[in-house]
Design a protein. Structure first.
Length: 276
């Protein structure tokens, strides 16, 4: 069980900014082009607030939000919000290395957070995206896990996305004890069918994990950049740790995860939130 959760909110939001939706209002389109995805307003409040409301219900106490070098807009969005008075919210900054124009990936973001908050290297913590709306069930499944390290394994049949979009997620394999053996980021479409588990299901990661900082830190520190995407990615650090025979438990889960990736998702999510 852990009381810590780290939210990844420092990405470049390239797919959001590069996408087009002719039905969006000028105001919404301007937000999508300018703001971090977690700050885009849906039905009157930033998307990140909806996630934090579930995090509060799951009884996490310590929240670490990793942002880009300007965290002011995140701070303003959360400042004086009476709903989060019981949360200990801290900010970590993902600095961009000299010579790069965008962040160096999710493993780099988490590494910088653990450098800025060294006590996390001695504790367990969950990690999730700021642009996915994980359910209370999902958050509590990880928070209350008996494992020191775990990953939620989503059944692709329950994710309400086109196959081409699911193909961009990391696909996973597990052994008979449901420990992770392989995770492949953005696999080729023909590879996906080779990842059927013992329940005849294909499982993907939606970037929500439980880590032991004491074990995982060195794999973040030594994570190589992907040879094509030139980013240090969490699945790479995770695979390097697994190859050293450190167990990561898979937790099967069968539900949809609302996702804010492109401008088309804004209207879909507003409709979803108005019904929930």
């Amino acid at each position: 069980m852990t009381e810590n959760i780290i939210i990844l909110a420092g990405g470049a939001s390239s797919r959001m900014k590069n996408s087009v939706d002719q039905n969006l209002s000028q105001e919404k389109a301007a937000q999508a082009n300018k703001l971090s995805k977690g700050l885009i307003e849906l039905n009157g409040k930033p998307f990140l607030i909806y996630l934090l409301e579930y995090i509060l219900k799951a009884e996490f106490k310590n929240i670490y939000i990793i942002t880009g070098e300007n965290s002011q807009m995140f701070r303003q969005a959360l400042e004086n919000n009476p709903n989060f008075r019981d949360l200990n919210i801290k900010f970590a900054i993902q600095h961009i290395p000299k010579g790069r124009y965008k962040p160096y990936g999710t493993a780099d973001a988490l590494h910088q957070c653990l450098v800025q908050y060294p006590k996390l290297r001695e504790d367990t913590f969950c990690v999730c995206n700021s642009d996915n709306l994980y359910s209370l069930n999902a958050l509590m499944s990880l928070k209350n896990s008996n494992s020191r390290q775990a990953i939620l394994a989503y059944d692709i049949d329950k994710l309400n996305y086109p196959k081409e979009r699911i193909a961009r997620f990391a696909v996973m394999k597990f052994d008979h004890d449901y420990n992770l053996t392989t995770i492949v980021e953005k696999p080729k479409p023909e590879q996906i069918v080779n990842f059927t588990d013992k329940h005849q299901k294909i499982r993907v990661s939606m970037n929500i994990f439980l880590f032991d900082g004491k074990q995982f830190f060195k794999y973040l520190e030594n994570c190589p950049a992907h040879p094509i995407r030139d980013e240090k990615e969490l699945p790479t650090a995770l695979m390097n740790m697994i190859q050293d025979n450190i167990k990561v438990n898979g937790i099967p889960i069968a539900e949809h995860v609302p996702d804010l990736t492109s401008k088309n998702d804004i209207t879909i999510l507003e409709e979803y939130l108005s019904k929930s």
